[in-house]
Design a protein around this ligand. Sequence first.
Ligand code: ADP
Ligand code: ZN
Ligand code: ZN
Length: 749
Amino acid sequence: MEKIYADVIVDIAHEKVDRPFQYRIPVDMRAIITEGMCVHVPFGAGNKLLKGYVTAIKDTPDFDPERIKEIKEIITGGVSVEEKQMHLAAFLKRNYGSTMIQALKTVLPAKQSVKALEKKTVKLLVSDKRAEEFLWFFEKKHQTARARLLKELMQNKELPYLLVTGKLNISTPTIKALEEQGILSIEVENMFRNPVRINDSTDERKQLSTSQQAIVDEVLTDFDNDKKGTYLIHGITGSGKTEVYMNLIEGILLRGRQAIVLIPEIALTYQTLMRFYKRFGNRVSVMNSTLSAGEKFDQCERAKRGEIDVIIGPRSALFTPFPNIGLIIMDEEHEPSYKSEGTPKYHARETAEEVARMHGASLVLGSATPSLEAYYRAKKGEYKLFTLTERLTGGSLPLVHTVDLREELKSGNRSIFSIKLQELMTDRLNKKQQIMLFLNRRGYAGFISCRSCGHVMKCPHCDVSLSEHWGGRLVCHYCGYEEPAVKLCPSCGSKYISGFKAGTQQIEEKVKALYPQARVLRMDADTTRQKESYEKILAAFANREADILIGTQMIVKGHDFPNVTLVGVLAADLSLSVGDYRAGERTFQLLTQAAGRAGRGELPGEVVIQTYQPENPCVVHAANQAYEDFYEEEILYRELLRYPPVCNMMAVQIFAKDEESGARLSEELAELAKSFKDPTERADKGLLVIGPAPAAIGKVNDIFRFVFYVKYEKYDTLVEVKDKLEEKASFLQLKNEIVQIDFNPVNLF
Ligand code: ADP
Ligand code: ZN
Ligand code: ZN
């Protein structure tokens, strides 16, 4: 391709990002110009010289070439916030595949008309004694939201408004009602320069343990010696990682730099946020999905202006436009939600490495069950590894029983609860201790099949099985198609057609049948559809409003429940059968986390893992809480089959309205990918193309899906393949097909 034309965005004031203008590249610039570069271009009727950014380079013009103006000059040197964001967008585009515009939209907050920035706080106005009286009154009248807000205000006399409406899930009318009763006031400050701490006295600063202090010292010393790197803290939940993060942030703020703390949305609990607010007061802010676009934009403006220097949030908080980032923390580093599902399909870990490199910042990853990627790099010496092995709150590791469900059936127990689990549940209910029952539902759809002929009820539009829902409906989870449940098998007429295995609802029913006196809460996608309702359920359980909490993977993180002394994993291997090379890793992580929920407090805990595969290494190592053993075995498998992190893998998905043309396009693109093979390389080391084939779910909403995978050690070669595929797709001017690329995908297609 000859570089003759460039698309240029002249104003990075966001709303104009949608519309680049085309310019001619002067001959002497053609060799050096790249996407993301900052240039001066003549603009408008008066040819006023404006600063712009190159978003695409082309060899053919999109308009009449006569009317295309020429780029004036390339601007070099400056490193404004904008330029860093442009650079980051270019990085995303190059490494993960997308258009520059898509990448820019990922990196920039949506522009909103900004009102005067204001910061609202909710303040308690009444004395403790009056507050007690009001609390008693609200509780008596079952005004739970009012009671909840008041309780929080009694602990912290002042709370950020966004925290109250967000994580605490209190509605505006409720806040207004308390304001009218004279219990609280809503204070509005225009901007906030002076950090005011929330109830300073309650920030019980901990004396760090020797191993915690060692981490803080080493990271900060490296920082001062300009040896900034990436660090991995491997430490079980409760081993004091968050305390380390906070001390590191303090050190970084003292050095005049800013910090980003990434925490997966689901683990971003009210308690965790409070810890940061208490330590950093108004210098800290939150960025999460409960914020409106306008609120998000405000946060970014504040960050730019230096009014805040710590931001906490999920994946997207990484793009907070701080001028001079010194530290990025990535907690629960192994979480799949760190990988973006939308294009560009970036991973926050690698992107954080790039942000850290750009700013000269340190990157600290933390996890109880590190991803194979991070641990592999730590073992190779690319990351520095720290381990924290002790729980600082007391509490010991739980006693784990593994129960073989096949034996259970042989001995005549047809219940979904093993004898051991029933025994322990009865015991805990008698002792008024709490129980968590965990159903590992990942990739499992609760499908309906005929026990006589094996017929599975499927969606007529998508190649997936229908799931049974409450009220006798069969529902497709991909397109929403619904039909009434069947009584007789449509294929053979047998009446033995039913749900294959229990879902959380059925478990709830069975628990209630077995223990009618027990108070049960259930948490799954159905009960948490409403924004933030999972927080509510967790809070109710923490308040001991229930004896048993039943749930999917959502229950394995978040709040601490000191009174939980029994965790039951109902079918540990359900997630092992997902046809996905990460199934083992995910299973190990989920089981380890689930087991880790027991015995968090003074009381010792027990865990029952029920499984059809008690000998499976993931189950065995999780039961022993043996991360290292699990890692050694898993990495061997990845090496053997050339899966990430040992190898790099690029998935190419083709979506097509027409099955035949989709198949043809897939073949064509796969052939193109194969042309990158180096014939001098050994077959088992060289670039490998697998497929194309129809995707595991071959059709969704009447759109056909095909996929092929390209595996190779050299990431840069895969990037070249991606560029060629994109070029080809754009050359073909596809109308009825879409090509999507995903590097080192979290899920297989
Ligand atoms: P993690 O992030 O690894 O789950 P936390 O930092 O949340 O661990 O610590 C777990 C608990 O231990 C918290 O209640 C915290 O206040 C407490 N804790 C952490 N560090 C110390 C310490 N050095 N001394 C006493 N308690 C500590
Ligand atoms: Zn049948
Ligand atoms: Zn469907």
